[in-house]
Design a protein around this ligand. Structure first.
Ligand code: HGY
Ligand code: MN
Ligand code: MN
Ligand code: MN
Length: 399
């Protein structure tokens, strides 16, 4: 019987990023494909029936695929330079929980599936939770097909190269109906679980969050021959916009806004950029506040751009409103794990997308670093293994 720790150790070398540290495992990269193969092999070893659906979601079935099944799982893709646990912890824990349930002699009254969702981070095609959004129809299939990665490949092209039929991407009511309840176990991504208390929490809600692209267009030119007074430099505008983002978010109670990615075009040391794209990630529990926040940022960005002689456009790439997990299911999780704290999270998850369609819930495992989306993300071995046992408790109560 594998432990979560031994399962994670077996993939510890996959997708390591020597430059950034941690792991870089974008969807359908060699690293993520290796992890998908690893998962299929692990599921096969357990006698689970594996299928990949038309949106690239992998399902491993204990019992026949049927409507109303209990489903657990997470994702295997990562942000650039991410930690070892965001995603894989939930997948490895699901496999270990299956082992645990079997060793307890549990005879499920309904089928159980372990699911792996592609492109949860949106780090390749820009839209987080793309797999669950496609499954549920939360994203228009045409919009998804036309998403592009940094190399200009469309999602449709990459999906085809990975054995999917681009025409078949999108809402899959039959597959969705098979989810009776969905449980995602995940590393906690803040300091919600202290050293002395329990290592497992039950999730209550997900902060509303979205992504917007700001494109600032100026005039590309020569760094040596263009007088300072003659420039229309979008980098200078972008720098001020980033400061404005912080200022606007800091003035709004409970808001979080981040520019974590910026791309100058063409991007040369001795070149005044012609365009700069920057991506805004903004979050707040009140969707109306987030909308106002983005509007305020847009207004400031327009003024800044105009002052620098630049033009600006703002495009929403994705948005997910605040999610409260199914109260009935949450109560069942709390009952299965007496004493477990109840935690809200500021991070998005496939469980959050699915919650709009089927009862969904989450478990969070202590992260003593309080850091995530970074190599510093950490889970103690004992907590990881305890987490899988807690997941088994929850699944046993729900099966
Ligand atoms: O960005 C997020 O909130 C998540 O970790 N996908
Ligand atoms: Mn995650
Ligand atoms: Mn993440
Ligand atoms: Mn020259």
């Amino acid at each position: 019987m594998d432990t979560v720790t031994s399962l994670l150790n077996s993939i510890a070398d996959v997708g390591r990023d020597a430059q950034r540290g941690g792991y870089t495992r974008p969807v359908y990269s060699t690293a993520e494909l290796d992890l998908r193969s690893w998962f299929i092999e692990q599921a096969g070893r357990r006698g689970l029936d594996v299928e990949t659906d038309r949106n690239g979601i992998i399902w491993a079935w204990w019992g026949a695929p049927q409507p109303g099944a209990l489903v657990t799982g997470s994702h295997l893709d990562s942000v650039p330079g991410g930690g070892a646990y965001d995603g894989p912890l939930g997948v490895a824990s699901a496999l270990a929980a299956v082992d645990e349930l079997r060793s307890r002699g549990v005879a499920p009254l309904r089928s159980l599936a372990v699911a792996v969702f592609p492109e949860e981070e949106g780090s390749r095609f820009g839209v987080a939770c793309l797999g669950s959004r496609l499954l549920t129809g939360a994203i228009d299939a045409d919009k998804a097909r036309n998403l592009r990665d940094a190399d200009g490949n469309t999602f449709a092209e990459v999906a085809r190269a990975n054995g999917l039929d681009p025409a078949q991407l999108g809402a899959d009511p039959e597959a969705l109906a098979r989810i009776g309840d969905f449980i995602e176990l995940h590393v906690e991504q803040g300091r919600g679980l202290g050293e002395d208390g329990p290592a497992v929490a039950v999730g209550s809600s997900i902060l509303g969050h979205g992504r917007w692209r700001l494109s600032v267009t100026g005039e590309g030119n020569h760094a040596g021959t263009t007088l300072m007074a003659d420039r229309r430099d979008p980098m200078v505008a972008a720098a001020q916009i980033i400061l404005a983002v912080r200022q606007v978010a800091a003035a709004q109670q409970g808001a979080r806004a981040t520019v974590g990615r910026i791309q100058p075009v063409p991007g040369g040391t001795n070149v005044i950029a012609s365009r700069v794209d920057l991506w805004l990630d903004a979050r707040h529990t009140d969707d109306a506040v987030t909308a106002r926040l983005v509007e305020t940022i847009h207004g400031k960005a327009q003024k800044i751009a105009a002052f620098e002689g630049c033009a600006i456009t703002l495009t929403e790439e994705s948005y997910s409103g605040t999610v409260h997990f199914d109260p009935g299911l949450q109560r069942q999780l709390e009952n299965a794990l007496p004493g477990a704290p109840v935690l809200a999270t500021g991070a998005g998850h496939d469980a959050g997308v699915l919650a709009g369609y089927v009862p969904s819930g989450m478990l969070f495992i202590r992260n003593p670093s309080g850091i995530s989306h970074s190599p510093e993300e950490h889970v103690e071995d004992a907590d990881a293994d305890g987490g899988a046992a807690a997941l088994a408790d929850v699944l046993e109560a729900l099966l």
